[in-house]
Write a new protein. Structure first.
Length: 168
């Protein structure tokens, strides 16, 4: 009985010495820079691919209004994005005015809208504008934004939400 107790005490002593001597010293708070910004940083353009719409971040691009984002989208994907199989199905819009207030975005078109409203080109426009509105108004979530298209020669299309165009 005495041998077991002595062995157990010795084992605990060795473990205690090993834990104290591991060399790790306590430290204070260490600064690690800016907090993670996630999806709230920068604009995101949506382009078509074989597997559906894909968002492409433009984190260093500052936007001032929704019209500028439509121009960026109309310019199409860059060379690297084209190599990745992305393309733009958004038809030429002609003249347009884009306004956004809270969760509502309206695209007023000077002419007809060439698409059905349920196509990937429309999805590119809706998802890009929804994302941009949430960047311009941080109180708004992208998922809550509704985009309405108003061609000059027909009935309004929408309102649409980005989720209607995303696979999954």
């Amino acid at each position: 009985m005495k041998v077991r107790r002595t062995g157990a005490v010795a084992a605990l002593g060795i473990v205690g010495i090993a834990l104290m001597g591991c060399g790790v010293q306590p430290t204070g708070v260490i600064g690690a820079g800016e907090p993670a910004s996630g999806l709230t940083r920068g604009v995101r353009l949506y382009f078509a691919s074989d597997s559906g719409l894909r968002g492409v971040s433009r984190p260093d691009t500052e936007i001032k209004n929704l019209g500028a984002v439509v121009k960026m989208l109309a310019a199409g994907p860059g060379p690297a994005e084209l190599r990745d199989g992305l393309t733009s199905l958004l038809q030429q819009l002609g003249g347009y005015t884009v306004t956004g207030t809270g969760t509502q975005v309206t695209v007023q078109l000077d002419g007809p809208y060439p698409e059905s409203g349920r196509d990937q080109g429309t999805g590119q426009l809706v998802c890009t504008l929804a994302r941009a509105q949430s960047v311009l108004d941080p109180e708004v979530r992208t998922d809550d934004v509704e985009v309405t298209l108003r061609p000059s020669d027909g009935a309004a299309l929408g309102p649409y939400r980005c989720a209607e165009f995303l696979n999954g």
